[in-house]
Design a binder for this molecule. Sequence first.
Ligand code: SAM
Length: 267
Amino acid sequence: MKDELRKTYTSANKAAWNASASLHSSGERWKLLLEEASRPGFSVLDEHLIATLKRMDFKGKTAVQIGCNNARELLSLASLGIRPALGIDQSGEFLAQARQLADAAGLALRFLEADVYDLPEDVGSYDLALITIGVLNWMPDLFGFFRIVAGLLKPGGALVIYETHPFLEMFDPDSKTPYEPSFSYFDRRPQVVSDAISYDGKNHGKGETGYWFIHSLGDIVSAAAASGLQIIELKEYGHSIREPEYDLYENRDAQVPMSYCLVAAKP
Ligand SMILES: C[S@@+](CC[C@H](N)C(=O)[O-])C[C@H]1O[C@@H](n2cnc3c(N)ncnc32)[C@H](O)[C@@H]1O
């Protein structure tokens, strides 16, 4: 993809996330998160991600999170003895929330406001690169993305992605027929997002227009492998890590994949 076109999408997405930020830093949910962050052992990580990270033993090692948002997950790594070192996000508004949470947690780390496709040369290298739910689909060019992510790792370091399963992206829980696929698994056109971005399942009206990209699991693994990373493990799960409206796909006899964890190492 041409740099200029990619930038058109990422700039729009930056505006969309910044415009939605205030929805995430008000109300009881935010107050509770700030309180929880100030307690020793703060963690929002679930048992699956914790088990993966513990198995790999990153104790005392440094971590970078790409698309860290308010950094609740990055800060949670400290509860496993991992050192949160750098959070990268292009939304300055969300990084302001991240700084508040880091202060509450008493953790000193760097936050970098940047488009991941356009990182400064002195960004550094880390033992663990973490990507969690809701990041890959904002990326217009997966091959370019993974090249950059691989560049953030030290030799011997590892990438851990814990994301929505691409198969789940075919379904729209708000559709009249939510169990019928609404989107083609193979549609590579940008999907226009015009609603304000929130996680609470409520409709907050229109926001700034952003662009969302459907990537298949094959695309994701191929792009990771092409960046020179070695695929170590790909686990698919039937549990949801999505907003509450996706709960209707969970705990069914004929279970669809809802999330996955990909681990890849830098030789
Ligand atoms: C869904 S949020 C991540 C939420 C996080 N996993 C959590 O559960 O708290 C996605 C984040 O990716 C960031 N993002 C999207 N495109 C980006 C880009 N090109 N460069 C850097 N950050 C980007 C957005 O600003 C947003 O904060």
